[in-house]
Design a protein around this ligand. Structure first.
Ligand SMILES: [Zn+2]
Length: 166
């Protein structure tokens, strides 16, 4: 089974780095350009990551789907995030910040070293939410109600609809 989401991606006009929307106020991790007009109606990476993780974990006891399809920078970032949280829960380190730093330092990025900062900036806020209020409370506080259900594939949508009408 594959699972897909579309993270909002954009390209830095100065250095052409392909980036994922982490915050409405952010700088390019490569050339440090401050982006003047990021779209405020696009969902932030952390909110997509947290809602997909929460539901997938609930149903499948893990964060990273086995058939996760990677076709974009945003997919790659989700994959790295899911793997981190699975690894964190398997490893149960005493110091999760140190564990996080080691994990980030080991990601293989080829000639795109600037992505290490991008991934750090993407995942660290999620780790802070995980350590503090937890994913469920974060989503409830931010969106008021339980977040939109994320559908991994058509069979899940069918099951969901059956649940609604039964
Ligand atoms: Zn740039």
């Amino acid at each position: 089974m594959s699972i897909r989401t579309n993270q909002h991606q954009f390209i830095c006009a100065k250095c052409e780095a392909v980036l994922v929307l982490l915050d409405y106020d952010m700088n390019c991790p490569n050339c440090n350009r401050k982006f003047p007009n990021l779209p405020r109606d696009e969902k932030l990476f952390k909110d997509n990551a947290i809602s997909t993780m929460m539901f997938y974990k609930r149903d499948h006891k893990m964060y990273r789907p086995l058939g996760f399809y990677i076709g974009s920078q945003g997919d790659m970032m989700l994959s790295v995030t899911y793997k981190f949280f699975d690894f964190l829960e398997q490893s149960k380190p005493d110091d999760d910040i140190k564990f996080f730093d080691e994990y980030i330092s080991k990601i293989k990025l080829g000639d795109s070293e600037y992505l290490r900062k991008h991934y750090r900036d993407a995942i660290f806020p999620i780790l802070q939410i995980y350590r503090n209020e937890g994913f469920e409370k974060y989503l409830k506080d931010k969106f008021g109600i339980a977040p939109r259900r994320f559908f991994p594939d058509w069979s899940d949508i069918t099951a969901y609809i059956k649940n609604l009408i039964s």
